[in-house]
Design a protein around this ligand. Structure first.
Ligand SMILES: *Cc1c(COP(=O)(O)O)cnc(C)c1O
Length: 868
């Protein structure tokens, strides 16, 4: 095609409302409805037409409309008020400044393949992206100095159409980036800021864009520029599109290009957060920088590790990105050659021996000091999944933690409820979202008022849903009657259950449909009917997921279900807001334990919607016994069929026996008991399951320790990195010589302790453990340890004890042992244990010990006592 340049002819903004331009370019509007209202009030029809994108709005609005607004007293007052809020937001001194005053200049770089901020910026596919978007918003609210790094996808994920046959069709709309809420970044002398990466036989460039998310920026890389070949321009065409080569190119651009983008912009992060494995190549670029600056590979590795955090989101091994060694060679041989390191050294960093592939999750884990899952259960599952990397180490001590996901409450909360909370929770509640005390005041909201607001949100949602179906039918050229009858679909007085999420098969959107007869009785019940709203996209390559869509579509068109079960198309942030604000019950049926966290139920909870969920992801932490409902039970199944059958029966039973009777039990015109349940759910879920709490936890547990470590290792003249490397190497090479044997175990009876002989354990007075012991008595353990070439101060010898279970010892505790005397190249250690009543198992072990370790098992080495 021939070359061309673009020029935009924009309407003139009257001086009185000139700052609309600035407001349009900050996603602050995504969580401040007044910010959006400012545009909507100028021309509501256009606002809908441009997909709630204020930048596009300002390009398309007529000068007349702007002029009229600029002369309207009411509008101007509103405009002033919003700007005051906006400016106050930017001026405020926030949590991070107060809590960590010395850290303001330290930046956290947050890398993610997707970000979901608002429907006007579709560069997300699902929960991972929404979480990243909400993370940025809370970072801004809290004053955390964070910068996001991601890719700018030309066509986003995809738009979903459901055709006449009920099949999903994907379309890839063209997006003009100059009409998006972002700015292209320029160098100081006004040229395009560019970064490049070298791919086989060519150099690929990306230009840089910046989105403002409140006070935080998000840097996006865009390959769609004329410097690149047409094929390379497609690297940032689609999120999760293309084949494995496309995937590796994207991940190279994100990880390596992303680090370079920060460098070009002069940003020096003090902590690096890898949000899921896609971005893990950033570690290689940082390694390259350090090795090229003269560090040894092992030292560079320690330095990269010291301030890197990796968050894993995938509880199934098959979910991790894998590349063959050939592919890594193809893309990285110039890279390791430039670094002057061996191919094997690079491969080893991500090598997955069980699958003989390069694994992005393993790369991230090996090059991060901190690693976490996204719910308590997912932390456990991850420790189990990666336990093979920690041979001999108890699963519960594997250094993978968890921080449970949350939501950015103000983004997901309906304005009508926000206003209600401001009255009853206090003017300033928005600044105390993670304070349970604030939420207790939910009690003060009159039941009738809460219910009335909920019902109005429900009507709004039902209207939105009907419109969506009508649009489908109009586009699909259906008969006028089929379009018209949609007006009678979905009744506001019927209990409404929502189910909207990606149609990945493990989420089991079909669970409800295992017994259509029973389902028909449920939806057609004369007194206690129920209706269902479904929505979700399946990945274009996921045939099984698309079959689920077809299944639900077909059922929704069958007589007993028509108008009572509906399927909406093109699930996105806008639809999510409507659904989580307007249904009565939010349904979540993943096949346990495959949902790492899930967040949509938290959005629903903040709006007074009741959760009905499998005890998976966040729900085991959220469910208190009386704030929602549970599908199925906590049980490990060998067979998926059995699990599905049990869960399906449970789902019907809970609906029939618990939910429906409660919902329809009216008292003075409103379902009093249901409203009570709504209040309990709000009070117990909202203070914890939000991103304010989550980001504070990230800061405290990981970001600030990363920053401290970075400073510590980089202190002028410090040899800490070199010493740590030397230590690790020496210990790893000599660990084979470590042995430990329990020599003797004694119980010291109370009489002996009471006796004025505190240290008195003369042989005649000692008793065998087998005789048991009583509370208050001490166990004394003597162990002989050989260390070979390792010195005693390099290890820790400790008693380990815990509760005896079928799977071994659990809830482990440790007590350090003291060295008594060296004896023929062996060391004798003594430990004492005071145990409360119960049955315990105990033993002795040796592990490496170094002052600069963050975790016990920073080196995955341990020597346990032989049988004794
Ligand atoms: C919140 C959200 C998700 C994540 O939902 P889960 O139930 O956690 O899978 C996915 N897509 C959109 C549009 C969302 O708003």
């Amino acid at each position: 095609m021939f070359a061309y340049r673009t020029v935009s002819v924009k309407p003139r903004l009257p001086a009185a409302i000139a700052r609309l331009q600035e407001l349009a370019h900050n996603f602050w509007y995504a969580w401040h409805k007044q910010g959006r209202q400012l545009f909507k009030r100028i021309n509501e029809e256009l606002w809908e037409e441009v997909g709630h994108n204020p930048v596009k709005f300002l390009l398309h609005v007529r000068e007349d409309d702007l002029q009229r607004a600029a002369e309207d007293e009411d509008y101007l007052r509103y405009y002033q008020q919003v700007l005051e809020d906006y400016d106050a937001y930017h001026r405020a001194q926030l949590w991070f400044d107060r809590r960590y005053p010395g850290y303001r200049e330290q930046v956290v770089a947050y890398f993610s393949a997707e970000f979901g901020l608002h429907e006007s910026h579709p560069i997300y596919s699902g929960g991972l992206g929404l979480l990243a978007g909400d993370h940025l918003k809370s970072a801004s609210d809290l004053g955390l100095p964070l910068v996001g790094v991601g890719l700018l996808y030309k066509h986003g994920y995809f738009n979903q159409i459901i055709n006449r046959e009920g099949r999903q069709e994907a379309s890839y709309p063209y997006h003009n980036f100059f009409e998006r809420p972002m700015q292209q970044l320029l160098t100081p002398d006004g040229r395009e800021a560019l970064v490049h990466v070298d791919l086989p036989g060519r150099r690929v460039f990306a230009r840089l864009w910046r989105c403002w998310v409140g006070r935080v920026s998000l840097i996006l890389l865009d390959c769609d520029i004329s410097l690149n070949s047409p094929e390379d321009r497609r690297i940032t065409a689609q999120l999760y599109g293309g084949d494995v080569e496309m995937r590796i190119c994207q991940e190279i651009m994100l990880g390596i290009g992303g680090v370079r983008a920060l460098r070009v912009l002069g940003i020096e992060p003090a902590a690096w957060h890898i949000n899921e494995g896609h971005a893990a190549f950033l570690t290689l670029e940082r390694l390259r920088e350090l090795v090229c600056a003269g560090l040894k590979l092992a030292e560079a590795r320690e330095l990269v590790r010291c301030n890197t955090l990796f968050t894993t989101h995938t509880p199934v091994p098959a979910g991790h990105d894998l590349f063959t060694a050939e592919l890594i060679d193809k893309y990285f041989s110039p890279f390791y050659e430039a670094m002057g390191i061996e191919r094997e050294d690079l491969l080893e960093l991500g090598w997955d021996e069980s699958r003989r592939m390069f694994n992005m999750t393993l790369l991230a884990m090996r090059l991060a000091t901190f690693c976490n899952g996204v719910s308590r259960l997912h932390g456990q599952v991850s420790r189990q999944m990666f336990s093979y990397l920690y041979p001999g180490i108890p699963v519960e001590e594997i250094p993978i933690g968890h921080i449970t996901n949350g939501i950015h409450t103000l983004t997901w909360l309906a304005q009508e409820l926000k206003d209600l909370y401001t009255i009853y929770l206090g003017e300033d509640w928005e600044n105390h979202i993670s304070d349970p005390g604030i939420w207790r005041n939910i009690e003060d909201i009159p039941d009738t008022l809460l219910w009335a607001v909920h019902q109005s949100l429900k009507e709004k949602m039902l209207h939105f849903a009907r419109n969506n179906i009508k649009q489908q039918r109009q586009r699909n050229q259906e008969a006028a009657q089929a379009i018209k009858e949609v007006d009678g679909y979905l009744r506001p007085d019927v209990l409404t259950v929502g189910f909207a999420r990606r149609f990945a098969t493990y989420k089991r959107a079909n669970l409800l449909f295992h017994n259509l007869e029973r389902l028909s009785r449920l939806v057609n019940h004369p007194q206690y009917p129920v209706q269902f709203v479904f929505a979700g996209k399946a990945h274009p390559a996921d045939v099984a997921g698309q079959d689920l869509i077809k299944l639900i579509y077909d059922i929704s068109r069958q007589e007993p279900f028509r108008g009572k079960i509906v399927l909406l198309e093109n699930y996105d942030i806008l639809m999510a807001r409507h659904l989580v604000q307007g249904v009565d019950v939010w349904l979540n049926t993943p096949r346990r334990p495959l949902e790492a966290s899930g967040t949509s139920g938290q959005k629903a909870a903040a709006n007074g919607v009741i959760n009905l969920s499998v005890l998976d992801g966040w729900w085991p932490e959220g469910y208190t016994g009386d704030n929602g409902f549970v599908v199925g039970e906590i049980k490990d199944y060998d067979s998926e069929e059995l699990q599905d059958r049990d869960d399906c029966f449970s789902l019907y039973a809970v609906l029939e026996e618990q939910i429906l009777p409660l919902y329809y039990q009216h008292d003075g015109g409103i379902p009093k008991k249901w409203v009570k349940l709504m209040k309990r759910s709000l009070q117990s879920i909202s203070p914890f399951f939000n991103t304010d709490r989550m980001v504070m936890e990230y800061a405290r547990k990981y970001y600030v320790p990363c920053m401290d470590r970075w400073r510590y290792f980089n202190a002028p003249g410090s040899r800490a990195v070199q010493e740590l490397c030397a230590y690790k190497e020496q210990i790893t090479q000599n660990w084979f010589g470590v042995q430990v044997k329990v020599e003797e175990v004694f119980v010291c009876h109370r009489e002996l302790l009471d006796d004025s002989q505190p240290q008195g354990y003369s042989p005649g007075e000692q008793c065998l453990v087998e005789r048991g012991m009583h509370p208050g008595e001490e166990l004394k353990i003597l162990a002989g340890v050989t260390l070979g070439n390792i010195r005693p101060e390099q290890v820790l010898v400790e008693v380990v004890y815990g509760v005896v279970t079928a799977g071994g010892l659990r809830e482990l505790q440790t007590v350090p042992m003291q060295m008594q005397e060296p004896r023929d190249g062996r060391y004798l250690y003594e430990g004492r244990l005071l145990l409360p009543q119960g049955t315990y198992g105990f033993t002795v072990r040796v592990r490496p010990h170094c002052r600069d370790f963050v975790h016990r098992f920073e080196l995955p080495l341990v020597a346990w006592a032989e049988r004794f």
